[in-house]
Design a protein around this ligand. Structure first.
Ligand code: BGC
Length: 497
């Protein structure tokens, strides 16, 4: 059903590059109903950080206060200026022929102080205009409520480590459902809680708290509560009147045992539970709550370190029930693969997520590189990740909300085409041979953007952005031609360079 293998005619395509053309071969096709999209996030592309009533976010203040923590000392103040240029962005998507656009809403653009007593009319206008433009062009809006740009005022209360934030997030989500509910085909409460809890509260992303093994767990706990509460509020107040669905985006890099040994196999499975099960198990497993192995290890290590209570907070029975099953689908971000070996280090008194997890993470130097140190090209890991999700959580409905690669600046990005092609083939096999329940694929990203602490040095776009030009000129890379073929035909073109 899901697979259509067809023979295509020889098709020559003249490109700016002049060097690529399609050739006759069998090719891989996705089902007609399969959807292709592209993704971005508010802080990374919008700019307009302080215009028309927008409040400050933690990324605004972080990049202003600690320029030395950003690779090229730059900020997202202007970024790709999509606040002003969104119509141009939509035109690029029309050229691509994608079925949907995943973007995020900036919480402080809607609620400048984070709370729902003051709604910024210009924020509502901006996202309404963007959604209308998309819908008029037959592109469905898929919206992330939170892609890391927390209102600064809420961080002053402790941000995601303060339990009250879950209530404020529900208030924010209600404003979004009320204002945009009927225009959005699918909502994602959060983008990658693993990344922003570990990076922001356990590391050097905003707000840069660097309290790994402690604040990251508090963050995760409140994010899970907030997610569950939004889902239940949606069911009670909106489900009957809106034609939409609500899920969450989790990131899952494949974690492969470093050696064929039993201890590395156990270490790899433990790592999967820590990196992915941390957020997936409470929502998607049939029993709910944190993965048992995580509970066991953190409780016991906390005790040995002299803590009177586990550093991983406990949910109440009601919370476990509220969070369990709180998603219509799973948004999955997948980029790369790591190896895991059992750590032989003695546990120190200093809390850390890495020590709690107990594995040493590495990558094979022979795996093809990208322009991001963490991103090696390993398509087979994608198929394994999807199969693991299928087995662990009873084959949930999945949409790939991000997959992509960073390369050097330039328009002739043949290696991006190879990356997407390899990962799409792995996805196709996971769907057709392994029967993983995946309904869509989103390339990250539509355009080059502010890549968090890497500034503008890493480029993921199908379209290049000239950040030095006054009008942030967008230019098509050859990968945009390739992806347009994919999105329009639902088949992988055969390229011959
Ligand atoms: C994030 C994006 C980011 C991308 C590439 C994902 O983890 O959701 O915001 O730009 O990775 O680093």
């Amino acid at each position: 059903m899901y697979s259509r293998i067809v023979i295509v005619f020889t098709l020559f395509v003249a490109l700016e590059a002049g060097s690529a053309h399609y050739v006759t071969q069998e090719r891989v096709c996705f089902p007609e109903s399969f959807q292709f999209g592209v993704a971005t996030a508010s802080y990374q592309i919008e700019g307009a950080w302080n215009v028309s009533g927008k409040g400050e976010s933690i990324w605004d203040s972080y990049t202003h206060m600690y320029p030395e923590r950003i690779f090229d000392h730059k900020t997202g103040d202007v970024a790709a200026d999509s606040y002003h240029l969104f119509k141009e962005d939509v035109k690029l998507m029309v050229k691509l022929g994608v079925q949907y656009y995943r973007f995020s809403i900036s919480w402080p653009r809607i609620l400048p102080n984070g709370l729902s007593n003051e709604i910024n009319k210009d924020g509502i206008r901006y996202y309404n205009e963007l959604m209308d433009e998309l819908i008029q062009n037959n592109i469905q809006p898929m919206v992330t409520m939170y892609h890391w740009d927390l209102p600064k005022s809420l961080q002053e209360l402790g941000g995601w480590t303060n339990p009250i934030i879950a209530d404020y997030f529900v208030d924010y989500a209600r404003v979004l459902f009320n204002n945009f509910g009927n225009k959005v085909s699918a909502w994602l409460t959060f983008n990658e809680p693993l990344s922003f809890c570990q990076g922001g509260y356990g590391g050097l992303d905003a707000p840069g708290d660097q309290a790994s093994g402690f604040e990251d767990y508090l963050c995760g706990h409140n994010v899970l509560r907030a997610h569950g509460m939004v889902y239940r509020m949606y069911q009670e107040e909106f489900e009957a009147k809106l034609l939409t669905s609500v899920g969450i985006t989790l990131d899952f890099s494949w974690l492969e045992p470093a050696m064929e040994s039993l201890e590395d196999k156990i270490a790899a499975e433990t790592a999967r539970q820590f990196f992915f099960g941390w957020f997936a198990h409470p929502i998607f497993s049939s029993i709910g709550d944190y993965p048992q192995i995580m509970r066991k290890r953190i409780d016991s290590i906390s005790k040995k370190q002299g803590f009177h209570r586990s550093r991983l907070p406990y949910f109440t029975t009601e919370e476990i029930e509220m969070i369990r099953g709180s998603a219509d689908f799973l948004g999955l971000n997948h980029y790369t693969t790591y190896l895991v070996a059992k750590s032989k280090k003695k546990i120190s008194s200093e809390p850390s997520f890495a020590a709690d997890m107990g594995g040493i993470i590495s990558q094979k130097s022979s795996w093809p590189k990208s322009n991001s140190t963490w991103l090696k090209v390993v398509p087979w890991g994608f198929r394994l990740s999807l199969n693991w999700v299928k087995r662990a959580y009873n084959n949930p409905l999945v949409v790939i909300t991000e997959n992509g690669v960073s390369l050097e600046k330039g328009l002739l990005d043949k290696r991006r085409i190879e990356y997407i092609d390899g990962y799409l083939k792995a996805l196709h096999t996971a769907i057709t041979k392994d029967h993983c329940n995946v309904y869509g694929y989103t390339y990250w990203s539509l355009i080059d953007n502010f890549e968090w602490t890497r500034g503008y040095s890493e480029r993921f776009g199908l379209y290049q952005v000239d950040f030095d030009s006054p009008n942030k000129t967008r230019k098509p890379r050859i990968s945009s031609e390739y992806y347009a073929r994919v999105a329009r035909t639902k088949c992988l073109p055969i390229w011959d360079f």
